[in-house]
Design a protein around this ligand. Sequence first.
Ligand SMILES: Nc1ncnc2c1ncn2[C@@H]1O[C@H](COP(=O)(O)OP(=O)(O)O)[C@@H](O)[C@H]1O
Ligand SMILES: [Mg+2]
Length: 244
Amino acid sequence: MAKIIAVLGGKGGSGKSTCSIGLALALSEQNKRVLLIDLDEGMRCLDMLLGVSEKLLFDVSDAVGGRELSSCILKVDGIDNLSLLAAPGEKGLFSTTDFVKFLENLPNNLFDYVVIDLPAGSDIELYKALGPGTEFLCVCNPNAVSVRDAATIGALLNKANRKGKLIINRFETYFVRNVIFSTLDDIINESGLALVGIVPESEHLSFAFLNGNFKIKGRAKKAFSRIASRLCGQNVPLPKLKRI
Ligand SMILES: Nc1ncnc2c1ncn2[C@@H]1O[C@H](COP(=O)(O)OP(=O)(O)O)[C@@H](O)[C@H]1O
Ligand SMILES: [Mg+2]
């Protein structure tokens, strides 16, 4: 069965969708077959960011409801290994149980990784339903409110007997030195989660959202590539903070 990666976080805006795409692209560049699922029902965005919304006819609710998977999947030009299931335009079209059953019934030979972009907030029932093999990645910004959200989510994951990892997104050395936290370890300790990677503040990422043409370049691209490699079991050291 494909490895499930659930990207989650506290409030909207921490970068869950950005990190879901960044990670999915990085995994696909490492020759992994990736199914990216936008689970932000009613607030879909991944189809737009990947420039495929004009092709959208069916979404994840149709696939969960039994429509043939290949007719629901959106392909991104030039990225063969990546498939997208867009979120439905409204909420409540399927249950958590149905969604998990759909994941369990995905054909074994189609995908190596399923990356799920979750909506803001926490949902312990979903964490439990997704099963202990799931890799939960909590996206947090280097500020006190966001770190507290990460700690809350970490505690819920613990309660659900699931293990979470931390992505610090929108990192700037300035934040760590001057605002609330004196070192990166403070953020990691406070969150209670194991660090899997740090993504820098990057104008490429914010511009991608402005023009709907998701191309990741520079340090952000390298950061996602390191996270993807770590998730694939490689030991990739963190660069010096000023090089992130
Ligand atoms: N590392 C980053 N550098 C610059 N802008 C970022 C970064 N991560 C996210 N953003 C911006 O933050 C906003 C919210 O990101 P998004 O991924 O939609 O958050 P979420 O899915 O958690 O609500 C977007 O405008 C996005 O471009
Ligand atoms: Mg989002």
